[in-house]
Ligand binder design. Structure first.
Ligand code: GDP
Ligand code: MG
Length: 436
């Protein structure tokens, strides 16, 4: 018996758990989550293809907790997509020059302050801020306000309209005054244009910064990608700063930017305050993009859909008089999985309401399962052939008695009859039968 049981269980492992249909369904949801989070369509599609391959390769279908494994695969793959471990900033120069680039309003000035504050608190780091946004006097004032807040000196030259000259002078000032980090804040435009690109490119060529950072507003979604590409073409920047992640954006732009320009995201901005800066961690971002709770629940939803589909198939079989012991068994597996007999009854189309107050012990299934496992496939799908000698064999094989086998057959026949009746004509006939 034990051998047969093992074999049957092995076959059944896939039953009632996630199926290939579920995997597809789940991946569709994941893709939707990515698109909602502003991930580029092609990237999202490639991504789900890779996850599918992995899921099938790892035999997700036959594991005990397919849902959890799916979630893990999705998360790992997403994390990898956004880059491995957090990458720091190159501070090898003396002074180390960090150049900010990005559109107007992306958060360059704010981030310059945040970064200066962040580095200032490290051992032996002495940052200087340099104001190279020469078009608006208010921009220079803004950097001075920021510098005042964090106690970092700001170098500026209001009479000078040449950002290249100011940046050079700023670096010279740093050297002369013992600053070992120079953060250069620049001007941006509302959209990519040639004048801005030429200007930032000229500064870049003139000062040869150790680190060129591209600052981007995460709320701008898909546009952020085009901007990133334009800046990268000109500057070949070293890293991306994703700002305004405190908003309700899911930050999918992070994935797309990373995929398109293949540069690491180094820091994120999570608020207007100077302390609202965080090192970028791909795995945390993956959680955010997927909304971990969402993914877990969508996997569960896919599972429910699967159950519904099974119920529909079952209904068809009943209608065609093809309901057999294999179906009976898979119903039992389902109930046991759910841990409640009432639920099983609920799955029998039409029977749920009538039987909802009946309580049945889970242990009651043990004998039933053993008997069914001892049947041949032919006997399971065609119980009519069960004669005395077959029953005897099954009783022996299952460690039960012929009486118990007969009892199960009786129950099975009653159930089939009842289900058949539910199908054609419904509860009315049933009530009549019970009365009569
Ligand atoms: P710049 O034009 O690139 O220098 O952008 P600013 O640094 O002036 O920032 C533009 C606006 O975005 C300002 O109102 C900032 O306070 C705000 N800002 C910048 N970074 C963040 C952030 O991470 N979160 C939030 N909520 N606002 C930010
Ligand atoms: Mg600014």
């Amino acid at each position: 018996l034990s051998d047969k049981l093992d074999k049957a269980l092995h076959v059944l492992k896939g039953h009632g758990s996630i199926t290939e249909v579920n995997v597809a369904e789940t991946l569709k949801e994941v893709r939707r989550a990515l698109l909602d989070a502003d991930v580029n369509f092609k990237i999202a599609k490639d991504f789900t293809t890779r996850v599918k391959e992995k899921a099938l390769g790892q035999n997700v279908l036959t594991t005990l907790q397919p849902g959890q494994l799916m979630v893990k695969i999705v998360k790992d793959e997403l994390t990898e997509l956004m880059g491995g471990d957090a990458e720091g900033i190159n501070l090898s120069g003396n002074p180390s020059v960090i150049l900010m680039s990005g559109l107007q309003g992306s958060g360059k000035t704010t981030f310059s302050g945040k970064l200066a504050n962040y580095l200032k608190n490290k051992k032996n780091k002495k940052p200087l801020l340099v104001a190279c946004d020469v078009y608006r006097p208010a921009a220079i004032d803004q950097l001075h306000v920021v510098g005042g807040q964090i106690g970092v000196e700001v170098y500026s030259d209001k009479g000078n309209s040449d950002p290249v000259a100011i940046s050079k002078a700023g670096i010279a000032h740093a050297k002369a005054n013992g600053y070992n980090i120079v953060i250069i804040d620049t001007a941006g435009r509302l959209a990519v244009d040639e004048a801005m690109m030429t200007e930032i490119s000229n500064i870049h060529k003139a000062i040869k910064p150790q680190e060129t950072l591209f600052v981007v507003d995460s709320m701008t979604g898909q546009d952020a990608v085009n901007t990133a590409k334009a800046f990268n073409d000109v500057l070949n920047f070293d890293g991306v700063i994703l700002t305004k992640l405190d908003g309700d954006t899911r930050g999918g732009a992070a994935i797309t930017i990373k995929s398109v320009v293949n540069k690491p995201i180094k820091f994120i901005g999570t608020g207007e305050k100077m302390e609202a800066i965080d090192v970028f961690y791909p795995s945390r971002m993956a959680d955010r993009i997927l909304g971990m709770g969402d993914v877990v629940s969508l996997v569960e939803r896919a599972q429910e859909q699967f159950d519904e589909e099974e119920a529909r198939k079952l209904q068809k079989k009943i209608a065609k008089n093809q309901f057999g012991f294999d179906d009976f068994l898979s119903q039992i597996q389902q109930i046991k999985k759910m841990g409640n007999m009432k639920d099983l009854m609920g799955m029998i189309p039409g029977a749920g309401k009538m039987l909802k107050d009946v309580d049945i012990d889970d242990d009651a299934f043990k004998g039933i399962e053993a008997i069914i496992y001892s049947m041949t496939p032919k006997e399971r799908s065609n119980p009519g052939i069960l004669n005395a000698s077959r029953k005897q064999r099954i009783g022996k094989g299952s460690g039960t008695s012929v009486q118990q086998v007969n009892q199960l057959l009786k129950q099975f026949n009653q159930m089939s009859k009842m289900m058949k009746m539910m199908q054609g004509g419904g509860a009315k006939k049933m009530m009549q039968m019970m009365k009569g």
